[in-house]
Design a protein around this ligand. Sequence first.
Ligand SMILES: [Ca+2]
Ligand SMILES: [Ca+2]
Ligand SMILES: [Ca+2]
Ligand SMILES: [Ca+2]
Length: 396
Amino acid sequence: MAVKGLCLQTSYNQRENRENSSRARPYVDECVNSSPCDSANGMCENSGGSYVCSCNSGYELDGDGSACNDIDECASAPCLHGGRCADEVNSYTCTCADGYTGTRCETDIDECALEPCMHGGTCTDGVNSYTCACVLGYTGSSCETDIDECASNPCMNGGSCADEVNYFTCACVNGSIGTLCGTTECGDGTVCHNGGSCTNPGPCDCVTGFNGTMCETDIDYCSTTPCMNGGICIDEVNNFTCNCAAGYKGDTCQTVLCDLSNCQNGGTCTPFGQPCNCPPGFTGDLCENAPQGLSNGAIIVLALGIFGFVLVFLSLVCFVFVQGFRRNQAMKPMLAEAQYDYSICRNRGVYVNESLKGSRDYESIQERRYAVGQALDRLRETNALNNSVDQFLVHY
Ligand SMILES: [Ca+2]
Ligand SMILES: [Ca+2]
Ligand SMILES: [Ca+2]
Ligand SMILES: [Ca+2]
């Protein structure tokens, strides 16, 4: 973009002025004299009586006709598929999201190009991923695992199993025959099927899941209709499985998942037939399990209980302390008396005049005897009395 500068003419006689001007005025290069353009990112071109500013590639002329501004090449969002754009001078660069490449991240990388699917698996390219469709006998994200067809111990009567690709073979022992070694000829004309073994006397000892004289009958474990709530029963060799109807689960479809009304504790049933969406802390298919630990209410009650216990404990301590202090105050005069009032009675013995028994004075003496004993203990603790005071004697 370019803008021309404007040169003003002031005389009414333009021809004369132009002639006079060409004769009188010197040549003026505005680009040199005043540097009106952005010399860092553009250039100035002088013309007769005027000039023109222009900008380098990647810059555009500002509205003032002189400055050159960097064009934001990211403004048009050139990076595709979530790529991040970085503006540069007259260009941009894209940092592509995983799975894409190209100047504008326009190319989905073919993750199948390196043929990641093993053992003949078919690869399907995805966004930053691939999936493999494995041939029979293999499994794993890259079909890397040979399925162990012997895992279910299909060979009967002690036959040994050899795993192959998508099949197995059984090596039979003990006279058993058949693909699974399930048939045994007993030699007396009896034949035991389905893994049954010969017995003497016969006819056959059947393995679990079969019965009949020759173990020829596969017991139908679905005959008792064990699947509940519309579940479909599938008989197996020694068991059954249930394909549950929507909204139920469990070995026998006995567990009801959510419908429009059975979610507990504020749980919601979305979507139908799945475990309820439970409030925080609640668990279980129907939100029937309360949060573990203490509820807020229980925590408050416990805190109040602890506070009350501490309050009572401190009150008791204060009471005992006050009582002790008051007793000490009361004992001071007695103690003074006791230190000088002793005689032949030992071990805190108190001499009591027999004539005082039954009187108020006698009861008072018993109380004082106790009080004096305590006072002596305190004196001993403070070394106010030496050990000889163990033999301290008091009489009244
Ligand atoms: Ca730019
Ligand atoms: Ca891809
Ligand atoms: Ca295999
Ligand atoms: Ca069965």
